[in-house]
Design a protein around this ligand. Sequence first.
Ligand code: NAP
Length: 252
Amino acid sequence: MTFPTAPENYSPTPDLLRGKTILVTGAGDGIGRAAALAYAAHGATVILLGRTESKLERVYDDIEASGGPKPALVALDLATATEDNIIHLASGLAQEFPHLDGLLHNASILGERRPIESASYASWLDVMQVNVNAQFLLTRYMLPLLQRAPTASIVFTSSGVGRTGKAYWGAYAVSKFATEGFMQVLASELENTSRVRVNSLNPGATNTAMRRTAYPGEQPTDNPAPEEIMASYLYLMGDDSCGVTGRAFNSR
Ligand code: NAP
């Protein structure tokens, strides 16, 4: 099966995201960090959400040093965040921002990689909490702010093992199938009733901490750096993808 990508040689304008406010989860490291920097470099005010405050502060400083719009910082552990925490976050953001133009669901954990027959239930729950339940809560309570924007984009992060199941990928793979299903349900609900588009994106093998953990035998530099796969992240977040919804993208 082939999946769409951003248009070939897609070249976003420097001000693609000017005036937009975009929430990125897992913004302190890896692909989320690169996306936050790329969005800010194209004019967006980025809300940096993640669990390690010191990493978010470094991204914040990098954005400020590069002259991007002043970001916002939300230190929140999605493994323990409650519904009340997310409601509180949404109401705080609604006081600060008139609308939300983008939501990149990027934060995920890998969990155990082992056969189902010996998998631990505790690890299964941890993965579902971060990779699925937190996405639900954030989506559910950010939707009113997203619906206030002239156009808005929700991007879910998928994986190859969320499109074809693979032995030993356990809860992570199942969480990514759930992510694809969530994307389809939401896109279908919003398609004719709002200006919010909803898509999923599989970054593909990318040189990050998660990838190095999942594939310790790989030469890390054989995979692209997160900064090298940003065309599709920009395409899906900017107005060039208006009208595109309910689709499962690959970054390349
Ligand atoms: P990564 O390097 O491990 O980064 C994940 C980010 O999510 C980190 O900033 C991490 O925070 C944050 N995070 C994890 N648990 C969190 C929690 N409980 N609360 C808040 N933030 C949390 O992973 P990555 O490779 O960039 O992956 C990004 C996305 O791409 C994930 O959805 C992953 O499944 C997907 N993906 C990656 C690849 C790949 O080859 N890299 C391939 C397919 C799909 P800390 O920095 O504090 O740990």
